[in-house]
Unconditional design. Sequence first.
Length: 185
Amino acid sequence: MTIRPFENNTPEIEASAYIDPAAFVSGQTRIGAKSSVWPMAVLRGDVNKIQVGECTNIQDGAVLHVTHIHPDIENSGSPLIIGDDVTVGHNATLHACTIEHHCLIGMNSVVLDNALIESHVIIGAGSLVPPNKTLASGYLYFGNPIKKIRPLTAQEINFLSYSATHYVKLAQRTRIDIDKNITNQ
């Protein structure tokens, strides 16, 4: 794993979080308890902060970045804020946006600057959320550009917590397996 400081900012990673040996995390990045960052995921908090809540999983190949703070422009720059119990699918790109709690960001989706994804949202695979767009809580969204499809079912809302819990357990199993293999070498 590569955990790299940038300009005197070192990532803060809770001890119970799992960072895969093939992941990259840098700069002003905070990763909460029981969260996981999987192979080839990149969290580059170089020019602004990235905050990942608890029990959130950033799956393989996801790219997370921010918008820089311009010294001559007031209110410039945007951080990337992700809440608790969020599943970020494989190869998703999240750029300087806010994702609240209990969300699923589908594989290969792109969420751009200053977008707000409210709690209890599912974004279908391959979707594009344009800058400054707000996705209201309780809906399935899909498309390029994204469109509200329908309200989430009770089963889908329950799946959001299930997915987060599944990845907490998978990270624990993976950590044990890695430790076991290191010990046996």
